[in-house]
Design a protein around this ligand. Structure first.
Ligand SMILES: NC(=O)c1ccc[n+]([C@@H]2O[C@H](COP(=O)([O-])OP(=O)(O)OC[C@H]3O[C@@H](n4cnc5c(N)ncnc54)[C@H](OP(=O)(O)O)[C@@H]3O)[C@@H](O)[C@H]2O)c1
Length: 326
């Protein structure tokens, strides 16, 4: 694989994870950009990165950078992607790709027009054990699937907790982690359910703290997602069939699948990560770029846009608009 010069936008929590993972993979990150040079310098020192930039705008001017990983709050993803793409950089953007479908569509169109790679960094899709799960489902190992549930809720405290709910930053659980619950079920059963309904509980600043979303499919499957910030809900998915169930503990980054038939017979599939689970998406994005692809065939623009459709629909039903959308 060609050595790409990776740049990172932001010195936040997931940016640190990315740099740590890349380091463990033997990939040296070329540059780090932050809103402040001080933060960029500290990050560069921590992860042994040679180039630090005191603004995102400065990084895109560097002709040596091939691809930029965007790890800023969601409301900035669209403008950050436009900045990168108009300066000839491939883009690997954190989830959710944007705040609305309309923005995502424009970003994918711009990438195509510029002949540049753009992918939403939905790391779960690239985790190898998912292929096993999809295979088990296609083999009907638990008979006819009738119902599935995917849950995830976490408690985030301090300034980051405030940031996660902040309406000005497109906060709330749906956009932050809906891809792990609703998106996971869509990955298993399809991105076009015939009906989607959701019930929401809002937090004190108006964004969604907790929701129950039900997706109903033409084939009768009902898929239920519990998504929360502020309530601890263990990450677990269960798929119920006529002959048994499949349990996926930690479906966000799974290393274990349990197939439990109605007579109690249990088969376990395990697959430990080479690093921490993020390595597969990094490897995949780098390979796509090296191969000259403009999009991923694992997590396609169509999938990513369909997720934004689902989020748009739920937010419209909940009349949940962010201040910058008023
Ligand atoms: N894939 C995953 O597992 C995963 C996990 C967590 C988060 N994420 C996604 O990654 C993105 C960042 O999340 P995070 O948890 O890393 O957030 P975070 O810790 O709050 O970091 C966000 C960073 O964005 C930069 N930023 C630029 N403008 C900002 C503003 N107006 N307010 C606050 N920060 C600003 C800041 O870095 P500088 O000051 O250096 O510019 C800040 O450190 C989100 O879209 C989130 O959904 C993905």
């Amino acid at each position: 694989m060609k050595n790409l010069n990776w740049g990172i936008f932001s010195t936040g929590a997931i940016a640190k994870n990315f740099a740590k993972t890349a380091d463990a993979m033997g990939i040296s990150i070329y540059g780090i950009a932050s809103r402040t040079l001080q933060s960029a310098n500290a990050f560069a020192a921590q992860f042994n990165i040679a180039h630090a930039y005191g603004s995102y705008e400065e990084m895109v001017q560097d002709p040596a950078i091939d691809v930029i990983y965007i790890a800023t709050p969601h409301n900035l993803h669209y403008e950050n992607m436009v900045l990168c793409l108009t300066h000839g950089k491939h883009v690997f953007c954190e989830k959710p790709i944007t705040v609305t479908r309309a923005e995502a569509e424009k970003a994918y169109a711009l990438a195509a027009e510029k002949g540049l790679f753009l992918m939403e960094a939905y790391w779960t899709r690239l985790i190898p054990l998912n292929e096993k799960l999809l295979q088990l489902l296609s083999q009907n190992v638990i008979g006819t699937v009738q119902l599935a549930q995917a849950n995830y809720g976490y408690i985030s405290q301090g300034p980051r907790g405030v940031r996660k709910m902040d309406p000005a930053l497109a906060g709330g659980a749906l956009l932050d982690i809906g891809i792990y619950t609703i998106g996971y079920l869509a990955m298993l059963f399809g991105y076009a359910p015939k009906q989607i309904t959701g019930s929401v509980t809002r937090c004190n600043v108006g964004t969604d703290a907790l929701s129950t979303v039900v997706m109903e499919y033409e084939n009768g499957i009902k898929a239920v997602a519990l998504t929360a910030i502020g309530t601890h809900i263990p990450v677990e998915a269960v798929i119920y069939g006529s002959e048994g169930r499949i349990v996926i503990p930690n479906h966000k980054n799974p290393t274990r699948i349990e197939v439990i038939l109605n007579d109690g017979t249990t088969t376990v599939y395990e697959d430990e990560f080479a690093v921490n689970g993020y390595e597969y998406e990094i490897e995949h994005a780098a390979q796509c770029i090296t191969d000259g692809k403009l999009t991923s065939d694992k997590y396609t623009p169509a999938m990513s846009l369909s997720m934004m459709d689902i989020f748009d629909k739920l937010r419209a039903d909940w009349e949940m608009r962010f201040p910058f959308e008023q």
